[in-house]
Design a protein around this ligand. Structure first.
Ligand SMILES: Nc1ncnc2c1ncn2[C@@H]1O[C@H](COP(=O)(O)OS(=O)(=O)O)[C@@H](OP(=O)(O)O)[C@H]1O
Length: 289
């Protein structure tokens, strides 16, 4: 595993000017001047000719995947009645959002975001940032009987998730998402699940009934190669060591050398949480219930 040193060829990123001119939020950029140098690279390119050839292969792979992403998204819009994209704003979701924008489909795919009331504040800032950058407005859902985080804390307590993780997941994630899907009447739930997330997702197809997983076959490294190549805005907390992001209380940083390993991306998620049968939690149920 190699940490990139020096400027990355595909990215001419002028940290301040470059990011602001991308349309990113200038204030957030001052606090989090995102820099792809903080993101690990998983490939051992080798030296000399090997290195050149391996980088060529990597570019070809990415070009193929990009083309496939665009055609899957276009196909979804063509053959489905109500495509809907849920975004948790993590790296794969940034690929999808950029792909949707590049395919000119932002006005044809509804974008949904769930505020669990336990997200990192940076996640909410980042939502506003990408909305401004791409020019869309996400439909935000949250716990049905609490209009604000404050009212949730008053009613259930800030430690509710510790007391009953299943009820917490249901109230704050599963039910709001089910409501979003029901209200929209979607027949094509576009999301960023991938095979290399591991566990339940290892054999994921792209077309899965009323779910569409356009980047199912991408690796985490493919996602970062895409984000680098197109200088795509990504969640500011990736730069400080979080490979994936969910709720504050259950998301931990992941050592850089683990990011690109199989299932490594999500290894910092659901930290310390177990299912009722005692097994380690790998899903909140948003996709499995
Ligand atoms: N906050 C929020 N808002 C909108 N949509 C969300 C949210 N959290 C999860 N998801 C959607 O659920 C997909 C699975 O994510 P996770 O398994 O990581 O969810 S969870 O962490 O278990 O809650 C996830 O897949 P990705 O697209 O890969 O992020 C999303 O489609």
């Amino acid at each position: 595993f190699i940490l990139p040193t020096g400027p990355q060829p595909a990215v001419k990123l002028n940290r301040q000017q470059g990011l602001v001119s991308m349309g990113l939020n200038a204030e957030l950029t001052k606090t989090y001047p995102r820099d792809f140098k903080n993101i690990p690279v998983g490939t051992s390119y080798g030296k000399g000719e090997d290195s050149t050839l391996n980088k060529e292969i990597e570019q070809q792979t990415l070009e193929f995947l990009e083309g496939q992403l665009s055609s899957v998204l276009k196909k979804a819009v063509e053959i489905k009645k109500k495509p809907l994209f849920t975004t948790a704003l993590i790296a794969g979701d940034c690929v999808l959002l950029d792909g949707i924008a590049k395919a000119g489909l932002l006005d044809k795919i509804e974008i949904v975001f769930i505020d669990t009331f336990f997200l990192f504040p940076e996640t909410l800032d980042f939502l506003r940032e990408v909305e401004e950058h791409y020019g869309f407005k996400a439909k935000v859902y949250h716990c049905a009987d609490c209009p604000t985080q404050e009212s949730f804390y008053d009613k259930y307590g800030a430690d509710y998730w510790m007391e009953d993780i299943d009820q917490y997941d249901f109230k704050c994630k599963v039910e709001p998402l089910q409501r979003a899907l029901k209200e929209s009447g979607t027949d094509a739930w576009i999301n960023g699940r991938r095979r290399d997330h591991g566990a339940e997702r290892a054999s994921l197809p792209v077309w899965e009934g009323d779910k569409v997983n356009p980047i199912a076959f991408w690796t985490f490294e493919d996602c970062w190669n895409y984000l680098r190549k197109h200088n795509v805005p990504y969640h500011p907390l990736h730069d400080v060591g979080f490979s994936s992001l969910g709720d504050m209380q259950s998301t931990a940083k992941v050592p850089l050398e683990k990011w690109m390993t199989y299932a490594g991306e999500r290894s910092g998620r659901f930290q310390g949480l177990t299912n009722k049968d005692g097994s380690a939690k790998t899903e909140c149920g948003i996709h499995t219930k």
